[in-house]
Structures are given as structure tokens and as C-alpha cells.
Design a protein around this ligand. Structure first.
Ligand SMILES: [Zn+2]
Length: 455
């Protein structure tokens, strides 16, 4: 895969600011995402003798291990139509019944289709980590806001032309509720992984389940020792990892995540099947992929802590923690899905809490007071609006968005400010390669335009 240094991205992005509008139709970020999209197309990939992974059908990979008298499914997808398509593809390969389903973790994109696979066998066993779903239980009071921000991050409400991919999977919108009706669940008799490692024999296949906390506490990895095939769950995929989810999520203990990756690399897998994106073939490549990931995570953590210890604020840290060039150029670390800057902020928050150390933030002006004073500085609300329009015209987009924000704080019904901010956010989205943020900006812009239309 072609890789482009982030410095080049910064340079070209800055250079584009000087181009006339008609030449800016496609930003570099857009072109990089379009190029990466090719690797996310649906494909059934054979790995080793008897393992198949369906990549790019649903959001997450769905894998099948073919045994003597049955098959084992690893992760079940989410969307009913997509999962059904995968089942059809798998049934071209074998008609053996499903004996077991292993869920690498509890996120909906890996679990929503479990009932469909249960129907493909006679009461197959389901294996999960003993902490399965702990995250959802802990945050159950926040369902509404998670749904709203999750839809923004996922771009589910955007028209197709605004969505190139979701960075590690094709862009599509799983049907409401994930296309999955919880009532369809066949009472699952979950087997829980309680030991660090557990060896199983299913359909003549020897496999090992390994506790692998990282992206979630309830992550488990699956290891086929005979063929040296490793299923990493979401602790690895071909993008800089989503160390912090902007939809809103608790801190992901990235020190533990890096340790888990080192432990998985020590297995010396010959094949690495990620939770999303294409598998990695060959021991050298697979070990290198896992180590590169661990190295990047450790770098972000240690450099952040170093900066925090020097008294840096989150804003200063973002400028301070820059991946070294070899990591920045790695094909496994392009920021299609996770962002270094947002990870750094998450580390600050996890280790220091919300207070950045600046005393004025202990006694802040309420937003309305601050916005009123900004308007006063500009020479009144009308003048502030003119400044915002001028900033937008000069491609000073972040400033335009900020000034529009002040206008909306002063008057939440100001349609012109809504449209101004929407345009600014759309321009910022177009320059952004991290799809979660890109989707978020585009979706909020769409919400603002819709509100302005109703006014
Ligand atoms: Zn996932």
C-alpha cells in the first residue's frame, strides 16, 4: 500500500488553501480515503487450509474455520442482510453445521448477527470473555447520547456522496437497531473464558482462546496453533487504532493494549486476521504488524506522559506528540479510523482529569458571557457575523467555525450563523482523513442546515 507522510499531507493541505475553489474539489484526504476504499471491498479470503474470512461484507470481519463435522464462526457481523450474504458465501464452501460461535468482544458490529449463525447448527456453543458486555452495562445510563454521537461518528445519517468509507470498513448504514431484533436471540448459553488461556477441541480443531484486553476489557483472541493463525479481534486492524472513540467512551487502557499486542506478537503467528480489514500474511509481516501497533501505542502514551509531566496542557500536548516518521509512514498506522491527536487528549484526561492546570479554567466565564464579549470586541453582533463571513471567504475555516459558534451561543436561532458554521464544518470535514471525525463534522453541518431550513 502506498503511504504518504503526514507532513506531506499537512503541506499539501496547506497548499490547497491557496488554490481557487474549483481546483479544490477533491482534497488530499478525500483522495487517500478513495484509494484506501479499494482495500475494503467485499471479499472471501482463504487463510491457511480451512479458514475463511469475509472482509468488507459487514462492518466487521466474519470468519469461518471448517472442521471435521462442523464449522466454527468467529464474530457474527451486525446487519441481517449482510450476514445472510456471508452465510450464502460460506455455504458455497461447506454445508457443515455451526458447532461454535466465538465473539472476540461485545461491540455490536461483531455480535449483532449471532442468532443467524445459531440457526445454522443445533444449539452451537457461544464463547465469550467473562467480562463480556461490561462496557455496555457500565454506561447503560448514557444510551441516548451514545446513539446520537455514535450515528454522527458512523455517518449513518449522511447521504452516500459524503461517505467514502468508515476507515476500516465500507460505508453503509446498518438497519435501525443494527438490523437485528434482540427478541430473535435464541437464549444463549454462553461459555465464558475465565482463565487467561483456554484450549478447546471443536469439530476436530484445536484452538486456544486467549484473554486479550485492549480496545475493550472483554476482548479475546483466538489462536490456531497448528496453522499459526491468530484472530486479533479489534486490537489490530489496518489503521491507526481508535484509542479514543469520539462517540463518547470510557478510557481504553492503552498501556494494557500495548502489552496484549506484545503477547500476541510473541506467538509468532503466520497469519493475522484482524477484526476489520484484510488479513496479514507471513510470520514476518504479522509479527511486524503487531509490534508496530504496540510501538505506536507505547510512543503515544509515553510521549504524552512526558509532556504532561512538563506541565503541558492538552492543546500543547497535541503539538508535542507527533509520531516518528517510520511509524507515521507505516501502512498499519494511517489515521483512517483513529487519530493521534484525540488519543493524546484521552491520555491527558485519563491521567490528569479534566483540569488542564490553567487557573482561568477553574473560574471560566459562562459561554454566553464570553460570546457577548467577543461580539463587543468585534464591534457588535452584526460585525462579528461579517468577520465570520470574511474568515470563511479567506479559507480561515477553523476561525470561521469558532466565530459562528459565538454567534449561535448569542442567538441559537440565527439561521445565517447556522449556515456559516455548516459550511465551515463541511470544509474542515473534506480535509480530514480520520473518518470518524469527518463523519461527525459532516453530520453536525447537516443538522445545522436542516435547522436553518426549518427557521
Ligand atoms: Zn469492530
Amino acid at each position: 500500500m502506498r503511504t504518504i507522510s503526514k507532513w506531506l499531507v499537512v503541506f499539501l493541505t496547506a497548499a490547497q488553501g491557496c488554490l481557487p475553489a474549483q481546483l479544490q474539489a477533491k482534497s488530499l484526504a478525500t483522495r487517500l480515503l478513495e484509494e484506501n476504499r479499494q482495500s475494503l471491498q467485499p471479499e472471501i479470503i482463504q487463510v491457511g487450509n480451512n479458514v475463511y474470512t469475509a472482509k468488507g461484507y459487514d462492518v466487521a470481519n466474519i470468519s469461518m474455520i471448517v472442521g471435521d463435522d462442523g464449522i466454527i464462526i468467529i464474530d457474527s457481523g451486525r446487519d441481517v442482510a449482510r450476514v445472510s450474504e456471508v452465510i450464502t458465501q460460506f455455504r458455497h464452501i461447506t454445508h457443515k453445521p455451526v458447532k461454535a460461535i466465538i465473539l472476540t468482544h461485545s461491540h455490536g458490529d461483531h455480535t449483532g448477527g449471532v442468532a443467524l449463525f445459531q440457526q445454522q447448527g443445533e444449539n452451537p456453543v457461544v464463547w465469550v470473555h467473562e467480562q463480556f458486555n461490561a462496557e455496555a452495562r457500565r454506561f447503560s445510563a448514557l444510551k441516548e447520547i451514545y446513539r446520537l454521537r455514535g450515528a454522527r461518528q458512523g455517518g449513518f445519517l449522511l447521504p452516500p456522496e459524503k461517505r467514502i468509507s468508515n476507515g476500516i470498513a465500507p460505508a453503509f448504514s446498518p438497519q435501525a437497531g443494527g438490523g437485528f431484533n434482540p427478541k430473535q436471540w435464541i437464549a444463549p448459553s454462553y461459555n465464558k473464558l475465565t482463565h487467561p488461556r483456554h484450549i478447546l477441541q471443536i469439530a476436530g480443531i484445536t484452538l486456544e482462546l486467549i484473554k486479550a484486553p485492549g480496545e475493550t476489557e472483554d476482548q479475546l483472541a483466538v489462536w490456531l496453533p497448528q496453522q499459526r493463525i491468530l484472530f486479533s479481534g479489534d486490537n489490530f486492524y489496518r489503521s491507526f487504532p481508535n484509542l479514543y472513540a469520539i462517540r463518547g467512551a470510557g478510557y481504553r487502557d492503552i498501556a494494557v493494549w500495548a502489552q496484549t499486542l506484545e503477547m500476541l506478537a510473541a506467538l509468532q503467528p503466520q497469519y493475522l486476521i484482524p477484526g476489520h480489514t484484510r488479513p496479514v500474511f507471513g510470520t514476518e509481516n504479522a509479527v511486524n504488524a503487531l509490534r508496530t501497533y504496540a510501538e505506536a501505542i507505547t510512543f503515544v502514551l509515553e510521549k504524552s506522559l512526558e509532556g504532561i509531566n512538563k506541565g503541558m496542557t492538552p492543546d500543547q500536548l497535541v503539538a508535542y506528540v507527533v509520531l516518528p516518521e517510520d511509524l507515521a509512514n507505516s501502512e498499519y498506522l494511517q489515521q483512517y479510523y483513529g487519530s493521534v491527536a484525540w488519543s493524546v487528549r484521552a491520555v491527558f484526561d485519563a491521567y490528569m482529569g479534566w483540569f488542564d492546570g490553567n487557573p482561568i479554567n477553574l473560574v471560566p466565564l459562562v459561554p454566553q458571557e464570553e460570546a457577548a464579549r467577543m461580539a463587543e470586541l468585534a464591534g457588535g453582533e452584526k460585525a462579528l457575523q461579517v468577520k465570520a463571513e470574511q474568515a470563511l471567504a479567506k479559507n480561515d475555516t477553523r476561525w470561521a467555525a469558532k466565530l459562528a459558534h459565538y454567534l449561535l451561543v448569542l442567538d441559537p436561532a440565527n439561521s445565517e450563523a447556522m449556515r456559516l458554521q455548516a459550511t465551515a464544518l463541511e470544509q474542515l470535514a473534506e480535509q480530514m482523513v480520520t473518518t470518524t471525525g469527518r463523519n461527525y463534522l459532516y453530520t453536525v453541518a447537516q443538522e445545522l442546515n436542516q435547522r436553518a431550513d426549518k427557521n
